[in-house]
Write a protein that binds this ligand. Structure first.
Ligand code: C2O
Ligand code: CU
Length: 462
């Protein structure tokens, strides 16, 4: 039972799109998987790489002969992939030609306040600003996306998302698959109007759920893979959909990394849960399949049209040099816990309906907690609502301490920046405030929840 959340209000459904004629769902595996263009620095030295990106409208070729209008980084959907290197600064000049105010957040980035992409810290329409990323953190699959206050559901849906991959000399020394065998896969759901445009329908409770799955901007595509090892960097860049990914007839994959980079050891997975904003890197050994095999990555728990995610078409491969070491990384020893805090997640239906943390909606002038730099804390999330909340902290990565009193499984026992808190459940995490001081938000990453006030602020102090 959810005492704090009894309500009978019907689900909010607004938007002109909801009334427009929708097109039928599409056949999967028609399109070839594409990879996003790799952003090229305009200037690079040993210590600094500078990029120039323009946020602007564009079109995407998703449906045959019917361009889909999008809003994208460099006008692309998805945006270009930025490859950064640990210890080498990246500066991205983001120029806003989108005709509206925007904010760029590097999700999972250990970023100083001025470049974090705080929801109120806008790049005004027609202006530009330089975001600085020191890349002090270890290797990890990050992503950048819009963070406009109250409008992420629209801007993310319109296309403002791209990968940002931190390469790490330590990781390079391992013999993991690399180059063309290291594949970023951005998974999103969309619906379409009959004219080919994205169809959006506000659902304040569940968040948006589309009827079609896209990977790297193509409808359930197919990809030729050689009989060898591949690293797949899975990112759920959907507004709200939760995936439970299965390869073929429940084949084993090896998870090697989570949000914050390499796990201590690889973990066998036959079901890969992927909550909004989460990243999971798996290595798949396609040598277990004969040439000519078609292996489907699917989402069995989805509705009928959202079960096919993509297909791997296995072809012959050359000699394999990559391997997955038994030991991937080591967790550092952490400073002791300095404070314990509790955050109750609930829905407020009286008056203006909104999602709340500790009975309050987001207020940019309120600081909810003041962690001290160089310490760890215990944060307890209690979900008193009937929907899951993928809770995300800017700046600080955390370890999951417990889920309903039990320690996490091995795949969740390393650095994370998103944790799903299920209805009625209690999750304790241990963030480490190890790099920067300043004001940073924490929020639910279901875009429609974060937009509707499910956000707080911490100020990390000296
Ligand atoms: Cu990916 Cu504040 O979010
Ligand atoms: Cu939520």
């Amino acid at each position: 039972s959810f005492p704090a959340d009894k309500r009978s209000r019907p689900t909010a459904r607004t938007s002109a799109g909801a009334r427009a004629k929708a097109s039928a769902p599409f056949d999967p595996f028609q399109a070839e998987l594409t990879t996003m263009p790799v952003a090229q620095p305009v200037k690079a030295t040993k210590t600094l790489e500078q990029y120039q990106i323009t946020m602007r409208p564009g079109t995407a070729d998703i449906l045959a002969g019917q361009p889909t209008p999008i809003l994208g980084y460099d006008g692309r959907f998805p945006g270009p992939t930025i490859h950064a290197t640990r210890g080498r600064e990246v500066q991205v000049t983001q120029s806003n030609q989108a005709g509206r105010n925007l904010v760029v957040h590097l999700h999972g980035g250990v970023t100083e306040h001025a470049s974090d992409g705080h929801p109120m810290d806008i790049v005004g329409a027609g202006t530009q600003r330089v975001y600085r990323y020191a890349n002090v953190q270890r290797g990890a699959t990050l992503w950048y996306h819009d963070h406009s206050h109250g409008e992420v559901a629209q801007t993310l849906y319109a296309g403002l998302a791209g990968f940002y991959i931190v390469n790490d000399p330590y990781e390079d020394a391992l013999e993991l698959p690399r180059g063309e065998y290291d594949v970023p896969l951005m998974i999103q759901d969309r619906s379409f109007n009959a004219d080919g445009s994205f169809r959006y329908q506000l659902d304040l409770d569940m968040g948006f759920h589309g009827d079609t799955i896209l990977v790297n901007g193509a409808i359930a595509p197919r990809m030729k893979v050689e009989r060898r090892l591949y690293r797949l960097r899975l990112l759920n860049a959907s507004n709200a959909r939760v995936y439970g990914l299965v390869l073929g007839d429940r084949r084993e994959t090896l998870q090697i990394a989570a949000d914050g980079g390499l796990l201590p050891r690889p973990v066998k997975r036959t079901l890969i849960p992927l909550n909004p904003a989460e990243r999971i890197d798996v290595v798949v050994d396609f040598r277990q399949f004969g040439a000519g095999t078609e292996v489907i990555l699917h989402n069995p728990s989805g509705e009928a049209t959202t079960q096919a995610v993509m297909r791997f078409d296995v072809v012959k491969g050359g000699a394999e040099e990559a391997q997955v070491p038994k030991l991937l990384s080591e967790l550092e020893t952490l400073p002791p816990v300095n404070a314990a805090r509790k955050f109750v997640l609930s829905f407020q239906s009286a008056g203006t309906a909104m999602w709340q943390i500790n009975g309050q909606g987001y207020d940019m002038n309120r600081i909810d907690c003041r962690p001290r730099l160089g310490t760890t804390e215990l944060w307890t999330f209690v979900n008193n609502s009937p929907h899951p909340h993928p809770m995300h902290l800017h700046l600080a990565h955390f370890l999951i301490r417990s889920v309903d009193g039990r320690p996490p499984g091995p795949a969740d026992a390393s650095w994370k920046d998103v944790v799903a808190v299920q209805p009625g459940s209690t999750v304790v995490v241990r963030p480490y405030f190890d790099y920067y001081t300043g004001v940073f938000p924490f929020h639910c990453h279901t875009a429609e929840h974060g937009d509707n006030n499910m956000m707080g602020q911490m100020e990390v102090e000296e």
